[in-house]
Design a protein around this ligand. Structure first.
Ligand code: F6P
Length: 326
């Protein structure tokens, strides 16, 4: 049994739909298990500058359906320094906060891991990122909502692509991971997905598109993951244009709209289960773990594994996309 009495919650890095549902779940499960719960505003930045408020269940009423994060978020350089982390530790001590729940992506969990080791401080992480690039969990909070948002956008772009008989390169987020691009390509019936995990031959891609045009298709859609490796949608469109000047090519970069919106049912349920599991993990004296979900079961993933960047792309999905794009 643990002797932890209080939990501080923060959201850090890029916001993701479902973070609010996670904040609600940690707060409510925490309070019902007898913990004091504190909301820490603006991620590690707000922790260092002491932007902290004790939460009651009312603080998290009516937020399960809202995108973004009521706690705000930030990317914090200061927390990368020993002085910044010492300051954060002093603030936590002053408030009597003796554990943390960090909701964020790989950068945020990397910070959590360093801090937990440095101060022997109990931290549980929740995977909150639209990128789905954390190892050890099938889903991250926000990924499903972003995927659905992208799919709706691509459906709309298809209307104009078809009308003008154009080739569209649509760039989606994902930092250095292709999960959003590949899965939205399948969901939207695109011709191809260009992702950093798999190298792309422009000739092959152009050939595929040419074949499509020759058969019956009068437009083509290619999803491109943002990344220096893929060259992004702009870079790729330029390469295709240079070699095939007859193609009527357009680019659409979806950008930050992918991070907004009300979370899907899947994200709300995921965030609620993971939030409750984070409280159980602290009760159970688990430290330095991220809550994950595998085959619909909650699992504990050591931080060091979660952030290793080893999540692989599913080859069967790639093949399915190729087979269906003829
Ligand atoms: O990690 C989430 C993410 O949305 C990435 O997909 C993207 O590369 C990055 O954040 C964008 O960050 P920012 O909002 O700081 O520009």
């Amino acid at each position: 049994m643990s002797n932890i009495k209080s939990i501080g919650i923060l959201t850090s890095g890029g916001d993701a739909p479902g973070m609010n549902a996670a904040i609600r779940a940690v707060t409510r499960a925490g309070i019902s298990s007898g913990f004091k719960v504190f909301g820490i505003y603006r991620g590690y930045k707000g922790l260092i500058s002491d932007e902290i408020e004790e939460f009651s269940t009312q603080n998290v009423s009516n937020i399960i359906q809202r995108g973004g994060t009521i706690l705000k978020t930030a990317r914090c350089k200061e927390f990368e320094t020993p002085e910044g982390r010492q300051c954060a530790y002093d603030v936590l001590k002053r408030h009597g906060i003796d554990s943390l729940c960090v909701i964020g992506g790989d950068g945020s969990l990397t910070g959590a891991r360093i801090f937990a080791n440095e101060f022997q401080f109990p931290i549980v992480g929740l995977p909150g990122t639209i990128d789905n690039d954390l190892y050890g969990t099938d889903w991250t909070i926000g990924y499903d909502t972003a995927l659905n948002t992208i799919m709706e956008c691509v459906d709309k772009i298809r209307d104009t692509a078809t009308s003008h008989e154009r080739l569209f390169f649509i760039e989606v987020m994902g930092r250095n991971a292709g999960f959003l691009a590949l899965n939205s390509a399948i969901a939207a019936g695109a011709e191809a997905a260009i992702i950093p995990e798999i190298s792309t031959d422009v000739d092959q891609l152009a050939e595929l598109i040419k074949n499509g045009f020759r058969k019956s298709k009068n437009s083509s859609i290619v999803l491109v993951a943002e990344s220096p490796v893929t060259g992004g949608a702009m870079g790729l469109a330029q390469r295709v244009k240079d070699e095939y000047p007859n193609y009527d090519v357009r680019v659409s970069i979806l950008g930050h709209l992918q991070r907004g919106g009300s979370p899907t049912a899947l994200d709300r349920i995921l965030a609620s289960r993971m939030g409750a599991a984070a409280v159980d993990a602290l009760l159970d004296d688990q430290r330095n773990v991220m809550i994950g979900i595998r085959n619909d079961e909650i699992v504990y993933v050591p931080f060091v594994k979660a952030i290793q960047n080893e999540k692989t792309v599913n080859r069967e999905k790639l093949n399915t996309l190729r087979r269906l794009s003829i």
